[in-house]
Design a protein around this ligand. Structure first.
Ligand SMILES: Nc1ncnc2c1ncn2[C@@H]1O[C@H](COP(=O)(O)OP(=O)(O)OP(=O)(O)O)[C@@H](O)[C@H]1O
Ligand SMILES: [Mg+2]
Length: 578
């Protein structure tokens, strides 16, 4: 927590002094008030002197107004510091998460990152506001009231010295048991947001499979778990008020009794006894607030740890020195050399000893069953993950030597799940080249077989896109992501099952359009359909992460039984050829 404070509060140094200083002045007024009231009772009420009562009344009023002004300044600084630093932390987190490679994203999981950026930062903001407004005030009042009471009368002060530690002890023992619950609640919140996210993003599938009830039960279990923890913590803290008030009231009774006796023998005035009672309540109230602060700071320290964990996680994939000048002209466009890959938490290799080469202008088709590692191989080409062993070369240069923007500028990717973001079509299309002209966008749409339906939309390129592009059909989304990849004329195009939502005729015309557009472009195409890859210059057949066939269609039909089997399952024997 201190580390975060040093990082994010340093620039608010002046406000952090000004706010508490104002609060301190107000606290001084609070401390003087019981003395003024004591004077009012003894000199004013006691002697029937209305003048004194009015004069001291005005003093109280002035102190109240001044106190209010200082408090307002303090509130304002608290808002500036807490909202300002909260925004800084949130931006820093967002920036960091954007740098994360897939390895780190897998490790934290999206829902947990979302909770950290929202809820955890909120907890920190509350703590910072409290830091400015209350951290000086309550301890100062607690100790100040105690000292003032002891100065009035040491003997009565002894009651104070018994009651205060007793209340502090009650707080300490309750809080000690509550704090683990508070820490646990944050982790449980993560789980709730995970389930909410899954249920909301998969709502259609869940309905289609009539899994509503199961999902609801899963959600209920998670919320019940969170509720139980909150109730357990609530039960414990519910003890606090009655217990402390009881001790406090006993203290007041003791003071009135002992103080009354002293008033009788003339050792104390009535006003002094009243001041004493006031100081006593003020001290105990302060302890209640201090305890609240402890709760807030405990929650905040749990949140701070979670925020810091994200900020301190090193990014495993970062820029290389840059590829300019290295590599030679006639090196292959893509070269995979004896690559093995294993996901961090997986027990076995997802890819093992994969080797292949694609010359510039050629097309590589990748075919294989579900889970055979096709998308993973493509992820390695983009350096979303680093290979566990072996190397991936793009145009003769190891992907680790590229700057990331350089590498991702060279490659254009159509991911397996088409992803559009809310905004306009144009905004979605210019991701690779923000300077692209309308002509270039239309050309890309034309190639991707998307121009027709975009033209039919009244606003054309400025048509709105809703979150995740849900106002487009699956096939339309797929074509739009293909168009996006083509903007900026990439020299290497990676397509991950881009035709899964397209009919055979569109699939055909798309492939023809791509081939005719730029013969020098290297294309890698993952597909489950033999018809999509059979014309490729090189076809790679993957099975459980191993290459079990590499060659042209005709070669593979002869040499690779698995490929032949796939062909026969999709084509008529006379179409298989060879
Ligand atoms: N982030 C991940 N963490 C751990 N394991 C993963 C992860 N992503 C994929 N895998 C595993 O790696 C294997 C290969 O996955 P991959 O996505 O490459 O398959 P694929 O060939 O593209 O399949 P599909 O045709 O269904 O898209 C699968 O067994 C999968 O369980
Ligand atoms: Mg895949």
């Amino acid at each position: 927590m201190l580390d975060l404070a040093r990082r994010f509060l340093a620039k608010y140094r002046r406000l952090l002094v000004l706010g508490p200083a104002c609060k301190l002045i107000e606290a001084v007024f609070d401390l003087i008030t019981p003395l003024v009231i004591a004077r009012m009772i003894d000199d004013g009420v006691g002697h029937g002197d209305v003048d004194v009562i009015i004069r001291l009344g005005i003093v109280l009023l002035v102190m109240a107004v001044l106190g209010l002004c200082f408090t307002l300044v303090c509130q304002k600084t608290a808002a500036l510091v807490s909202q300002g630093s909260g925004t800084d932390v949130r931006n820093a987190l967002f920036e960091k998460v954007n740098e994360f490679s897939y390895t780190e994203l897998d490790r934290f999981s999206t829902p947990s990152l979302v909770t950290r950026i929202t809820n955890d930062v909120n907890q920190l903001q509350v703590a910072v506001a409290m830091l400015v407004r209350q951290v000086i005030r309550w301890p100062f009042l607690a100790i100040g009231s105690m000292v003032a009471a002891l100065l009035i009368d040491f003997k009565l002060g002894l009651i104070f010295l018994v009651v205060t530690p007793l209340i502090a002890f009650i707080f300490w023992s309750v809080m000690r048991r509550c704090i683990p619950y508070f820490r646990g609640m944050q982790a449980k919140l993560d789980r709730i947001s995970l389930i909410t996210r899954e249920a909301l993003s998969g709502v259609r599938v869940i309905r289609a499979f009539v899994r509503d009830d199961a999902e609801e039960r899963r959600f209920d279990t998670a919320t019940a778990d969170q509720t139980d923890t909150a109730i357990a913590a609530g039960r414990l803290s519910a003890l606090l008020n009655p217990a402390t008030l009881f001790v406090m009231d006993m203290g007041v009774v003791a003071i009135l009794w002992a103080g009354g006796n002293q008033v009788m023998v003339g050792e104390l005035t009535q006003g002094q006894v009243m001041a004493f009672v006031n100081y006593m309540t003020q001290t105990l109230l302060s302890i209640v607030y201090v305890a609240n602060l402890v709760v807030i700071f405990t929650k905040a320290s749990a949140s701070a740890a979670r925020v810091k964990e994200v900020l301190d996680t090193p990014v495993s994939i970062c820029d290389g020195p840059g590829a300019e000048g290295s590599g030679c002209k006639d090196s292959p466009a893509i070269s995979i050399q004896d690559v093995c890959f294993r996901f961090p938490d997986s027990g076995k290799d997802t890819l093992s000893h994969v080797s292949l080469e694609v010359a510039p202008g050629q097309t590589l088709g990748i075919i294989g069953g579900t889970g055979s590692g096709k998308s993973t191989l493509m992820a390695l080409m983009q350096r979303l993950y680093d290979a566990t062993s072996g190397s991936v070369l793009i145009r003769g240069v190891d992907v680790r030597d590229y700057r990331l923007d350089e590498l991702r500028g060279t490659l254009a990717v159509v991911p397996q799940a088409p992803s559009l973001v809310s905004g306009t079509l144009r905004e979605n299309l210019v991701w690779r080249d923000s300077q692209a002209t309308d002509d270039e966008l239309w050309h890309a749409l034309e190639l991707a077989q998307a121009a027709e339906f975009v033209r039919r939309m009244p606003e054309g390129l400025d048509s709105p896109v809703e979150a995740s592009g849900k106002n487009f059909s699956g096939g339309q989304r797929q074509r739009l992501t293909i168009a996006r990849a083509l903007v900026g004329r990439p020299s290497i195009l990676l397509l991950d099952d881009p035709f899964s939502a397209l009919d055979y005729a569109t699939d055909r015309s798309l492939r023809d359009a791509l081939a005719a557009d730029d013969p020098s472009r290297t294309t890698v195409m993952i597909s489950q359909r033999v018809s999509s890859v059979r014309e490729a210059s090189l076809i790679c057949v993957l099975d459980s992460g191993r290459v079990i066939g590499l060659g042209t269609h005709d070669e593979l039909v002869d040499t690779c039984p698995v490929y032949k089997e796939i062909c026969l399952s999709q084509l008529r024997p006379e179409e298989v050829g060879a």
